[in-house]
Design a protein around this ligand. Sequence first.
Ligand code: SF4
Ligand code: SF4
Length: 408
Amino acid sequence: MKTAVQFGRRTREFEIIESPIPHILVDSKKELHGWWEGIEPYGNRECTAERLLINPYNGCTHNCFFCYAHALGGYFKTFREENGIVTVFRDFDRIISNQLDKVSVASCGYLSPVTDPFQPINKEYELSEKIIKEFVTRNIPIQFTTKGRIPDDVIRLIKGQEHSFGQVSILTTDEEKRKKLMEGGASTDELFRNIERLADEDVFTVCRVDPVIPHVTDERGELEELVNRAIDSGAKHIIASCMDIPASLKGEIYAKLEECFDISKSKLNRLYTERIRGDFNADLGYRRKLFRTMREICDRAGVTMALCMEFESLGGKNVKGLNREFMSSNNCEGIDVPIYVRRGDRFEPVEGCDGNCLGCYRSEKISVCGLPLNEARAWKLRDYRGWTKEINQKARDKAQRTFREGWF
Ligand code: SF4
Ligand code: SF4
């Protein structure tokens, strides 16, 4: 059996491999890249630190019904419309390895912004483990976010890299509710166990309550229980968000909320009144109240917190991040991960860098990295390559000067 994937006017055909779950194998030259949006011109960046984003798979069989990736095109559309066919990027670890070999500046890797790196297909290909290995053997930090069980090998690999860390996403403490919100993923107990397993190895661990689902998981008592259980398990930082609804998925998500939780369409319409770009956001008053509650819970429990991609519309395309009101940590992920530069075969952290590029953008101080990262843009691999050329040229110039001074 074959499937056709549409890219604009172009169509490509792939053989469907049925086992262990239906998937296609795709050769790709996809490049590592930074966040999709920079702070300029519309204020649409809340991620304080720079990251190298990596998606070895497209489509995610955890299948959370609210997942924003369902609104994406290309291989994601294939997943959504053709009974969950996952795309696997063949030998993606080798592609990443080649790309890392050609740069002398690296930010922390991020597995994975739009799929779960430890979803079931990963057991077959282990691309996530292989990619993590490529980072840590060069001493470049890497982090992951998951709603699945973290493989033992992953914990073993990252525990030796000083700034690598893990994020475990937990929607609720109520297992029955969790099962209604997502088709796959690890059980609630297993998710808390993930935090314990990371903490036992001294790996910095974040618990993401991401997103809170209005009228389903937003009660103070339930959020308190979740945060406290995460802290007891070893989490050092909490990240929260409120569910957004991509306009193209509105009917579907409303139907699921009605079917599973008996929430009427009119109730949702009364709440989802704010349109920010292509998404419906819950009313700002509701969100502020929710985030105040989260902040109080976290403050009382003695743990830092931040929001993920929560904005206030300023009219038109302009937005303002809400982290300025609610974040209690320096970096939104709760850990300061410096930028790394090459020293021979390995990379080392830049001294004095706290990894908060958005902070450098907002402050007057000169960034210690000496790179334009303080512009907090949507960087591409070619930018990293450009900085690499500059660094190498400076090193050559310095070597020549030293040689001349020694000669004369
Ligand atoms: S685990 Fe994450 S990527 Fe996978 S379906 Fe759920 S929200 Fe989407
Ligand atoms: S010095 Fe500032 S701009 Fe440069 S990498 Fe560090 S945090 Fe980012």
